[in-house]
Design a protein around this ligand. Structure first.
Ligand code: ADP
Ligand code: MG
Length: 299
């Protein structure tokens, strides 16, 4: 009797031991891949003599920039020259695939140019330290990363010193405060893979709060409000105009109505600058922008 009982009791631990081995093997397999990744040389890195960027109101210039993605047949940018003046709002518009996001992604050096150069205050980006460059940039990109962490930590990401008041103020300005408070643990609610899944619009509002909190002199917005309904978008637009004051802003807008007030509009088509000017100028020109604007108004 005791032998059978002992055997029955031993069965479950044995089974767990076998499962443990499974987990262990899987972990080892993953670790291999992680170490492989860690051993890879980054293609974008600091020069030995990289300088730090100190710019209160940076001016950004593209000079004859061409760029091809790896394995792409046609270049994404072809001889793009443009100037993004300090402290002003520049809007990028154009058909999808025209190269708008590519231009924006070159500023934090997610990619380096194939030809030409990108300058901030006259200094080639490649001569600046990545850390100092990116510290000066707040960005809401087309694909937003939400981390496996609390709502609070997700907003404070990139500003470890932010106070609770600052975090909540940023969330309010981004219209995120209400939905965060409605979640089970408020600002302590875990987001991301193991936590609450956010809708596209909620992700964008977290990213906008992050950008507001970051308080950087360069602001990059890539279709930052594309997943929001008109009401939420209009509410955030107010925060954006506040945020853009005195900052060098580059905005890619899906709704032409939001670019109307930009200081400068650059129209990109097939990797090239097609038109450039203010809203009224481009409407008068009667080209691509004017056509897009009419189509946008019909929506
Ligand atoms: N990661 C990538 N790898 C390869 N090709 C890409 C990548 N991202 C964009 N492209 C291509 O580069 C071109 C410009 O894309 P993009 O800058 O995203 O345009 P937009 O933002 O104006 O819609 C497109 O032809 C697109 O297919
Ligand atoms: Mg894009």
């Amino acid at each position: 009797m005791s032998f059978i009982t002992a055997f029955a009791l031993a069965f479950e631990p044995m089974r767990r031991l076998a499962k443990l081995n499974n987990t262990l093997q899987m972990g080892l397999g993953c670790a291999d891949r992680v170490f492989e990744m860690m051993d890879m040389e980054p293609t974008i890195k600091d020069r030995a003599d990289a300088k730090a960027l100190h710019a209160a109101q940076p001016e950004i210039r593209f000079e004859h920039v061409s760029f091809s993605y790896q394995d792409a047949e046609t270049p994404a940018l072809r001889g793009v020259s443009l100037s993004i003046p300090a402290g002003k709002v520049t809007a990028l518009v154009g058909p999808s695939g025209g190269g708008k996001s590519t231009i924006m992604n070159m500023i934090p050096r997610f990619y380096d140019v194939s030809e030409g150069r990108v300058l901030i205050d006259g200094v080639d980006l490649r001569d600046l330290s990545l850390q100092s460059l990116r510290r000066n940039i707040a960005m809401v990109s087309q694909d937003i990363a939400i981390f496996d962490d609390s709502a609070r930590a997700n907003i404070a990401y990139g500003r470890a010193d932010a106070t609770e008041e600052e975090i909540i103020a940023a969330a309010r300005a981004a219209e995120a405060d209400d939905f965060i408070r409605a979640m089970p643990d408020g600002y302590d609610t875990k987001l991301g893979e193991d936590g609450v899944k956010l809708s596209g619009g909620q992700r964008q509002r977290i990213a906008i709060a992050r950008a507001i909190l970051r308080n950087a002199p360069i602001l990059l917005l890539d279709e930052a409000t594309s997943a929001l309904d008109t009401g939420a978008e209009q509410a955030i637009q107010k925060s954006f105009s506040e945020l853009q004051k005195g900052r060098t802003t580059l905005v890619i807008a899906h709704r032409l109505s939001t670019v109307q007030n930009a200081d400068q509009i650059i129209v990109l088509d097939q990797g090239q600058v097609a038109e450039q000017g203010r809203h009224e100028d481009l409407i008068a020109l009667g080209g691509l922008y004017a056509r897009m604007y009419r189509a946008g108004l019909k929506e």
